[in-house]
Design a protein around this ligand. Structure first.
Ligand SMILES: NC(=O)c1ccc[n+]([C@@H]2O[C@H](COP(=O)([O-])OP(=O)(O)OC[C@H]3O[C@@H](n4cnc5c(N)ncnc54)[C@H](O)[C@@H]3O)[C@@H](O)[C@H]2O)c1
Length: 277
């Protein structure tokens, strides 16, 4: 029975994943290279626990199960790992290479990548059969879905371990083949990208584009507000992966996304994106 989970990256997703596992009684090892991110993550988890108290135990119990670190060394004690660092392939491959040397052999290494092929990340390790995609949705404790992606070498046992964890976490699972963007982002990111092109074409204001999609297609959030919520840098990274990997012009990221990232307009996490926060 898995009791301790290592999470690499304490950004928006890593913090959410840590929150989810700790709420479900797991011990969590949370690593980031940036001490401020670790502090922000724990503070954010505390705020979330105050807003939505845990089903079992107290907020202190949940936070008490989370241990933070600036290195991966404590992951020698992990029974399962989820990687949630920035969406950059060389970075993820390097983290997996390091994890492979520290985490006991046989332990599953999962990646929360939004779009990068699992097989490519797995190839950085000597255990590609123990590597799998476990793609949580933001905000992690709230969203019902986890996408599970099998790489070319992912074993049946690795899949079973991951599916078992998803069930213990109370998540619904959708299984995807290892193609860029998997299910959700292959469909969602082109929609967001088209909304950005519509804004560039002055089809309507950002407010009206979002209003039209909310009230006209019954989405809880418009595509531009959703882009701000995901992070404009992450949206651009995923759009680039779809464009480059499928080599299909239909996925071409709207240049406005790159301009926004260069200007530090990353959405909610920086206070400004398509809207101001
Ligand atoms: N934002 C979303 O809605 C969403 C949803 C599902 C999946 N994802 C995926 O989750 C991953 C993380 O996204 P995010 O939104 O949390 O990004 P983020 O920018 O909020 O966080 C990334 C974190 O990774 C850390 N990091 C970078 N290099 C590191 C290293 N070498 N060692 C340790 N930590 C390092 C950064 O310091 C930062 O805290 C990405 O792969 C992204 O595609 C994002």
């Amino acid at each position: 029975m898995i009791e301790t989970v290592g999470i690499v990256g304490a950004g928006q997703m890593g913090a959410g994943i840590a929150n989810l596992f700790a709420r479900h009684g797991f011990r969590v090892l949370l690593c980031d290279r940036d001490a401020r991110q670790l502090e922000r993550a724990v503070a954010g988890i505390r705020r979330d626990l105050a807003r939505r108290p845990p089903k079992e135990g107290t907020a202190d119990d949940v936070v008490g199960r989370i241990a933070t670190s600036l290195t991966l060394d404590p992951f020698a004690a992990a029974g399962f790992v989820v990687e949630a660092v920035t969406e950059e392939e060389p970075l993820k491959r390097e983290i997996f290479r390091q994890l492979d040397g520290i985490v006991p052999h046989g332990v599953v290494l999962a990646t929360n990548t939004s779009s990068i092929p699992i097989a490519s990340i797995a190839a950085a390790t000597d255990r590609p059969d123990r590597v799998i995609g476990m793609h949580f949705m933001h905000p992690v404790p709230v969203m019902a879905l986890v996408e599970v992606i099998r790489g070319a070498a992912t074993s049946d046992d690795t899949f079973a371990v991951t599916a078992g964890l998803a069930a213990r976490l109370g998540k619904e699972m959708a299984v995807s083949r290892d193609l860029p963007g998997f299910i959700v982002n292959r469909i969602l990111i082109p929609m967001i990208n088209e909304a950005v092109y519509a804004l560039e074409d002055n089809v309507a204001t950002a407010q009206d584009i979002d209003k039209a999609m909310r009230l006209g297609t019954n989405q809880p959030m418009g595509p531009l507000a959703l882009a701000d919520f995901i992070g404009i840098d992450t949206v651009l990274s995923i759009a680039k992966v779809l464009f480059e990997r499928f080599a299909d012009p239909k996925y071409c990221p709207c240049p406005r996304l790159a301009r926004m990232v260069a200007a530090g307009e990353l959405g909610r996490k920086s206070g400004k994106g398509f809207f101001t926060y």
